[in-house]
Design a protein around this ligand. Structure first.
Ligand code: ACO
Length: 375
């Protein structure tokens, strides 16, 4: 056998564009979400996020994403957890991360369902209704408590809180968490949504797509860090200490958690919507006054330090405040974010399947040229 000379790898692919992380590459068309970082706008099917939070509920917003129809009274209760899922959750170590438990639960749920191709809005609805029950069940099991069955009269978010605590949440608390679910529902072609679309493009099923999406969201570069905002508020302690604490932190070169964004150059519209909901709560929790004071100081100090760059409040700031305010422990924050994103993931699954093309990008080969195995 003679050695053949393969084309130099760089030559073979040099003519084609390469963008690490696919940055700037358009990989899909979507009618679902529009993120306008310059103007601080987020639209779901054309509707402004602030209006959706003010006038909608999470089930209505999820239905809008799945079907394109705006039905403000759309009802979606949480769904029972199949026995096979409960068996799997009971078998997990009590120390398992809630994200791992949720990913496992969705995978087992998929094995209990008949999920034919193409995926349907009914499948999207069923999975979105199942996951809050599964996370609530795991949160109770690890405390030595038995899971609570769904109350079908409740909508998804108050239903989740009921299954988590065994008690009915007051209207303000349920509303605040519902607002969080709405702002978390969809955000364009982020990593987990792209993962869901890649899996769907192979004609795999919706549970596999969402299992993969949860895996993608688990990574710290995606899942956000609202618990760090909570820690920051704890460190500040009281509104009187806000000015000194923020100035010291910025002088030390620390990053203030909940401020700045890769895409938004304006006040994140999701933060604005959540702040409004938190301020409208009947029993305003103590943390809210502190959060607002720290925000005022932080915006002032960041503008002084970085006049060249708009560093505004991002979604994590009031997400943290709301999640803590409704009584969730910080280790449940990432999995709760994943619950909220179910509407967007499953809507993208439906959209991908509706005009499917197997997603299969290319790679630049950087290994050795063709050669013989050593004798
Ligand atoms: N506090 C203080 N300074 C900041 C902050 C902040 N929160 N964010 C950016 N800056 C400063 C940087 O130090 C940098 O200054 P320098 O040029 O003197 O070094 C300048 O602003 C530009 O920062 P970049 O790193 O270029 O901004 P980038 O767009 O890459 O980062 C990010 C965005 C990661 C969100 C950043 O603003 C940050 O670390 N924020 C704090 C953490 C946080 O809130 N994360 C949640 C983000 S929301 C989400 O992901 C869903």
């Amino acid at each position: 056998m003679t050695d053949t000379v393969a084309p130099a790898p760089a030559e073979a692919t040099a003519a084609r564009p390469y963008s690490p992380g696919l940055e700037g590459i358009v990989a899909a068309e979507t009618a679902l979400g529009y993120v306008d970082g310059e103007a601080g706008r987020l639209l779901y099917r054309g509707y402004r996020i602030g209006d959706l939070v003010e006038r909608g509920t999470y089930p209505a917003v999820a239905n809008l994403l799945w079907t394109g129809e705006w039905e403000p009274r759309h009802h979606l209760p949480t769904a029972p957890v199949p026995a096979a899922v409960l068996t799997a959750l009971r078998a997990l170590p009590l120390t398992a991360k809630p994200m791992d438990a949720l990913r496992t639960a969705v995978s087992v749920w998929g094995a209990t369902q008949q999920l034919d191709w193409p995926p349907t809005p009914e499948q999207a609805r069923a999975l979105t209704a199942f996951s809050p029950s599964a996370l609530a069940a795991f949160a109770r099991l690890r405390q030595g408590l038995e899971p609570v069955d769904p109350d079908l009269a409740l909508d998804l978010v108050p239903g989740f809180l009921y299954q988590l605590t065994g008690n009915f949440a007051d209207a303000g608390t349920a509303r605040a968490l519902d607002a969080y679910f709405i702002v978390g529902a969809e955000h364009g072609l982020n990593a987990s949504t792209f993962a869901a679309r890649v899996i769907t493009s192979t004609r795999s099923d919706i549970a596999s797509a969402v299992t993969g999406a949860i895996g993608a969201m688990k990574g710290p570069l995606h899942g956000g860090a609202p618990s760090e905002v909570v820690e920051q508020l704890h460190k500040v302690g009281t509104p009187e200490h806000a000015e000194a604490w923020v100035r010291d932190a910025v002088a030390r070169g620390e990053r203030l958690m909940g401020f700045g964004h890769r895409v938004y150059r304006a006040y994140d519209p999701r933060a604005a919507a959540l702040r409004k909901v938190a301020e409208a709560m009947d029993n305003k929790p103590d943390w809210l006054e502190l959060a607002i004071k720290v925000e005022d100081v932080a915006l002032r100090v960041l503008a002084e330090k970085h006049p060249e760059r708009a560093l505004k409040t991002n979604v994590e700031y009031y997400a943290a405040a709301v999640l803590q305010g409704v009584g969730l422990t910080p280790d449940l924050f990432p999995a709760t974010f994943a619950l909220s994103r179910h509407a967007g993931w499953t809507a993208h699954v439906l959209e991908q399947a509706g005009a499917n093309r197997l997603i299969r990008p290319d790679a630049i080969y950087t290994g050795p040229p063709e050669r013989n195995l050593p004798a």
